[in-house]
Design a binder for this molecule. Structure first.
Ligand SMILES: [Zn+2]
Ligand SMILES: [Zn+2]
Length: 116
């Protein structure tokens, strides 16, 4: 997701955006995503849900969809890189479809002045 500056001089939002964009390119983030997906696959298996490697189950709309529209969404953005609910913590991440993700962030625009 991308952050836009609502008004010039909002330096905090700029720093935050840059640092989040940087984070998304890190190995830590790739590993987190892999962990989250592996964990979900174990959960689906346990439930006897057969989902092949090309698909996933959206945690919002519960539909089984192609993996290429899977998005990883942070439940909490403000926690930065590390910490118990930081960006790289798998428990801070949910896998949802592109449509649900857009929906979540569209709602947030009004509240947080954030654009998806
Ligand atoms: Zn969905
Ligand atoms: Zn998101």
């Amino acid at each position: 997701m991308h952050y836009t500056r609502q008004k010039e001089g909002d330096e905090r939002m700029t720093d935050y955006r840059l640092s989040y964009q940087r984070f998304l390119k890190t190995r830590a983030w790739s590993e987190t995503k892999a962990k989250v997906l592996a964990k979900r696959r174990r959960k689906w298996n346990k439930k006897g849900l057969y989902i092949d490697n090309e698909h996933f189950k959206c945690e919002k709309c519960k539909r089984i969809l192609p993996l290429y529209i899977a998005n990883y969404h942070h439940k909490r953005y403000k926690n930065r890189w590390t910490g118990s609910l930081g960006w790289s913590n798998p428990s801070n991440v949910i896998i949802i479809c592109k449509m649900c993700h857009e929906h979540i962030h569209r709602k947030k625009i009004k509240r947080m002045k954030v654009r998806f």
